[in-house]
Design a protein around this ligand. Structure first.
Ligand SMILES: Nc1ncnc2c1ncn2[C@@H]1O[C@H](COP(=O)(O)OP(=O)(O)OP(=O)(O)O)[C@@H](O)[C@H]1O
Ligand code: SF4
Ligand SMILES: [Mg+2]
Length: 334
């Protein structure tokens, strides 16, 4: 299958003053096919945002891609000159950033920001840009689109800002839409409406979608495939329905026990409390030559503390990084 975007053995590093490079992502792997929706799921700090930002080589300074391969539409992103990268951002990949308030410039009107990628790609003149911005704001369900286009970010609600960001991401007619925690700051109703909007826009435009989230419920509702990340690496991936029905990696199993996928109640009607995963995601300095989940795993084997498992395809389309399911030792151990 030809993939629109593919990340293989990605390593993202931050150089220290001493010259040492700290790799905070090491072993991220996933791919998104044309028109497909994929979720990148994992706890805070697992490297989801940095992995997604690598698709457009837009890492926060002084972060760099220091290993692996990132391809978008068959192009090696690391090898692209800045001018081509700018075309890629917006024209191929529309990105809705994690924090809507800091992703919008407080000093510019919404309409100007919405039209930006289109202006860059299609060289819209001022009037055309204004007309297109209003059209895009309408497409994302903002009824009073003219007023929203003329407003500044602080004059909008959280839900309106999130929609404006979506309109901005669509203005360059991308083929892949990246949504980083798109609903985390919204109330349940606004969340539900936004999810419906993503589905409609994706379907109407035939877009591929990468949804980054802590929340398995969102992955279950909005995506066809799921990629689970833990401590900077992919630990499981596969068809969303299959992963939900039979998660293979102990981390995925634990995440699912924490997710509010179904109403949970005891026979007497009392609520079953959601599970939590004891312990914390280890920092890169603690990864070592072992399974990065070993300290929190309830099923560890003697081998898990001595070798770093490889990400292995166990059935077609289903990959897992765990010695319970595959024997291979992988790169990424130190
Ligand atoms: N600008 C930065 N400088 C140095 N380290 C960073 C920087 N940004 C992120 N990191 C490190 O990289 C790790 C992964 O960060 P990332 O933002 O990709 O995580 P995430 O999975 O998106 O988390 P969240 O769910 O909280 O958004 C963080 O734990 C942090 O240690
Ligand atoms: S490799 Fe071992 S420690 Fe790691 S998730 Fe699998 S069983 Fe648990
Ligand atoms: Mg993030």
């Amino acid at each position: 299958m030809a993939f629109l975007a593919a990340v293989q053995e990605l390593e993202v590093g931050f150089p220290r003053r001493t010259g040492e490079v700290v790799r905070v992502v090491r072993g991220a792997n996933f791919a998104v096919a044309e028109g497909e929706s994929v979720a990148l799921v994992g706890e805070s700090g697992c490297g989801k945002t940095l992995t997604a930002l690598s698709l457009v080589n837009l890492l926060p300074e002084p972060g760099r891609i220091v290993g692996g391969r990132v391809e978008v539409a068959g192009k090696d992103v690391r090898a692209l000159p800045e001018q081509e990268l700018q075309q890629l951002r917006g024209a191929l990949v529309g990105y809705v950033f994690q924090d809507p308030s800091s992703a919008l410039n407080p000093l510019l009107r919404i309409g100007t920001q919405v039209a930006e990628a289109g202006v860059l790609r299609y060289r819209w003149q001022r009037q055309e840009a204004r007309r297109k911005a209003v059209q895009l704001l309408r497409e994302v369900g903002l009824a009073d689109a003219e007023a929203v286009a003329a407003a500044y970010p602080h004059q909008l609600s959280g839900g309106q800002r999130q929609r404006a960001l979506l309109a901005a991401a669509l203005s360059g007619d991308p083929r892949l839409l990246v949504l980083d925690e798109p609903t985390s700051a919204l109330d349940p109703l606004a969340k539900q409406r936004l999810l419906e909007l993503f589905g409609r826009v994706q379907c109407e435009r035939g877009l591929a979608m990468l949804v980054i989230t802590h929340d398995f419920t969102l992955a279950a509702l909005a995506t066809q495939r799921v990629v689970v990340m833990y401590a900077g690496e992919t630990v499981e991936s596969g068809d969303t329905a299959q992963v939900l029905a039979s998660p293979l990696h102990p981390y995925t199993q634990a995440l699912l026990r924490c997710a509010v996928l179904l109403p949970r109640s005891e026979g007497d009607g009392s609520r079953v409390p959601l599970a939590t995963i004891p312990g914390e995601v280890p920092a890169p300095a603690e990864w070592g030559r072992r399974c990065r989940f070993v300290e929190r795993c309830d099923q560890d084997l003697p081998r898990c503390s001595m070798a770093h498992p490889a990400l292995v395809e166990v059935t077609p389309g289903r990959r897992v990084r765990c010695f319970l399911h595959a024997d291979g030792e992988g790169p990424g151990g130190q």
